[in-house]
Write a protein that binds this ligand. Structure first.
Ligand SMILES: [Fe+2]
Ligand SMILES: [Fe+2]
Length: 156
């Protein structure tokens, strides 16, 4: 599978989960879906930070460097909001507000990646599909290792 196809597919999965959260008022369902968002994002960002971003950075242009630095910062901001959510009651209005902000952050970030990175990795020699599969498995394993938080994680 092409790197960009994999990344776009994962972005879509997360966007779909956000839509489901928006469309439910059940606190239990919101909590469960949030767990899935956390798991999916954790696996996804691990792949990006271990393989995709270094591939873009290896282009050694100022633009590529800026893009990657910005992407790391955006991941950081997403993490901050994500880490606060488990402390907020899913029935509370603050939960909805934080989810909206998180969803918009992720959507903006994903669009930027899709738009600006789509050609870069190919030119810089993206790893083979086998390597991508291995990275994906590592991402899943890492998410499962965080099981103390009780997140359920679906497979690829
Ligand atoms: Fe990203
Ligand atoms: Fe992404």
């Amino acid at each position: 599978m092409k790197a960009t196809t994999l990344l776009r597919g994962q972005h879509k999965q997360v966007r779909d989960l956000f839509k489901k959260i928006e469309n439910t008022e059940s606190p239990d369902m919101r909590r469960r879906l949030l767990g899935r968002v956390e798991g999916e994002l954790s696996a996804h960002t691990k792949i990006e930070e271990e393989i995709f971003y270094p591939a873009v950075r290896s282009l050694e242009t100022r633009k590529a460097e800026e893009l990657v630095n910005e992407a790391y910062e955006e991941h950081h901001v997403v993490d901050l909001v994500l880490n606060e959510l488990p402390q907020v009651d899913p029935g509370d209005e603050r939960f909805e507000a934080k989810m909206t902000v998180l969803s918009e952050l992720v959507d903006h970030h994903a669009k930027e990646e899709e738009k600006r990175c789509s050609r870069s990795p190919r030119r810089s020699g993206v790893p083979s599909s086998t390597t991508w599969a291995a990275a994906w498995k590592r991402g899943i394993a890492s998410s499962r290792a965080r099981a103390g938080r009780g997140w359920a994680l679906s497979g690829p």
